[in-house]
Design a protein around this ligand. Structure first.
Ligand SMILES: Cc1ncc(COP(=O)(O)O)c(C=O)c1O
Length: 426
């Protein structure tokens, strides 16, 4: 790979006016070291940085770009809609269309509301769960990330793990006092909370496919248990599908595991690369939201027409191209090629469709505390040489990779070879 002269200059300038030079911490490459490439443009499965270096991209904007970068149909639709006005602060037909589409595709959704980020989606869903049940406590899991709302920044996955902080500064202990942290893959840790706090628990919130502290695939029985125990105690079950929604299949993890949560949250893919989040679920719960009910929630740019259009076009394309079948095939192919190329090093590859996590240890972990930190150190150590070989992996060993419909077998071969080479020399 060529030099990063322009990127380094930009990083220096950025650090003077933006804390750490970035607008989201993991982008600073702190875990893997070195300057981050500054991106000039994307083309299909590739990123091109400001020095003209090209990379096969497995970050895909952290999941949203399921069609790849600058897909011509999505871009044309964004331009078409933006030319009529970017925001009106009034309802548009596109919101109705995307809401109808999402509700028709996801079984447990009877109603949905759009917001501008995944953070807002989960924060609003939890407020709604509290308002609906009249209870304050929530159960979340060690290693699951649900955005950066104060009371959810407890044991919350890669960004915080990468910074070596168990939690965030600036969060009053009182704010987190109602957040009960349970362990993934551990029924007893959840049962204990219900025995102790029974009718004070408003909801359990979980990423059903936890993908923010590596990919910690859960036993289906564990997720079914969460459905049963929450129902038994009158608490709601919230599936945070900000990553898995419209990434693993039309109905997300809920459909794959045959579980009906009360509420679900979305983001990423349904915005086609534009800022979007959504939360939805049972109509009787959703009708508690203002203006119908007493739970307040609002947003200046919520349901933004350009974002709705990008999401709708992305879903159209996924349907036309039989997207989820192809994504699964691409994911399977990449997994196979990685296994063939990585030699003489303990390695397990966790995969759910097109979400892939590469971990340099022998055993597959199902919970955060089963990840060996030396496995993460090894990933972080070889990251730069893989980047130098033209492959852009997420800049932390705790982050997962995403494959898009723009990735080809040829690109996946090249990437697997570059990773294999770095592993054997690392
Ligand atoms: C499962 C999950 N929930 C919520 C969020 C927060 O979404 P956003 O970054 O759009 O605020 C994320 C972000 O990665 C996520 O992965």
């Amino acid at each position: 790979m060529g030099k990063l002269t322009v990127s380094e200059e930009l990083f220096n300038r950025a650090q003077k006016v933006i804390p750490g030079g970035v607008n989201s911490p993991v982008r600073a490459f702190a875990a893997v070291g070195g300057s981050p490439p500054f991106i000039e443009r994307g083309e299909g499965a590739e990123l091109i940085d400001c020095d003209g270096n090209r990379y096969i991209d497995f970050c895909c904007s952290w999941g949203p770009l399921i069609m790849g970068h600058a897909d011509s149909d999505v871009t044309a639709e964004i331009n078409r809609v933006a030319s009529k006005g970017c925001s009106f602060g009034a309802t548009t037909p596109l919101e109705v269309e995307l809401a109808e589409r999402v509700v028709s595709k996801v079984g447990p959704l009877e109603m949905v509301r759009f917001v501008s980020s995944g953070t807002e989606a989960v924060m609003s869903a939890i407020r709604l769960a509290r308002g609906f049940t009249g209870r304050d406590k929530i159960i979340k899991f060690d290693g699951c990330y649900h955005g950066h709302s104060d009371y959810l920044l407890v044991k919350a996955g890669s960004g915080l793990v990468t910074l070596g902080e168990p939690s965030s500064g600036g969060v009053p202990a009182d704010f987190a006092a109602h957040t009960l942290i349970a362990d993934l893959d551990d029924e007893q840790s959840v049962t204990d909370y219900f025995e102790k706090f029974g009718n004070e628990i408003a909801c359990i919130v979980i990423e059903p496919i936890p993908a923010n502290n590596g990919l910690l695939l859960q036993r289906p029985e564990f997720l079914k248990f969460l459905r049963e125990i929450s129902q038994k105690h009158g608490a709601l079950l919230i599936f945070d599908e900000v990553i898995s929604g419209f990434r693993v299949g039309w109905g997300g993890a809920a459909e794959m595991y045959h579980i009906t949560p009360d509420l679900m949250t979305f983001g990423k893919v349904i915005g086609g690369g534009m800022p979007v989040g959504a939360f939805g679920g049972r109509a009787d719960i959703m009708k508690k939201l203002a203006p119908l009910g007493s739970v307040y929630q609002a947003g200046t740019l919520s349901g933004n027409p350009v974002a709705m259009a990008a999401g709708l076009k992305t879903l159209d394309l996924l349907e036309q191209k039989d997207g989820f079948v192809k994504l699964n095939q691409l994911g399977q192919y990449f997994e196979k090629r990685l296994l063939e190329n990585i030699k003489d090093k303990d390695c397990c590859i966790m995969r759910f469709g097109s979400i892939i996590w590469l971990l340099f240890q022998k055993d597959q972990p199902r919970r955060a505390d089963k990840i060996d930190s030396t496995a993460i150190d090894f990933y972080n150590k070889i990251h730069r040489s893989i980047l130098d070989d033209g492959v852009y992996l997420p800049p932390s060993g705790y982050e997962v990779m995403f494959v898009s419909l723009a990735h080809t077998n040829d690109l996946l071969d090249r990437a697997a070879q570059a990773i294999g080479k770095a592993v054997s020399t690392g």
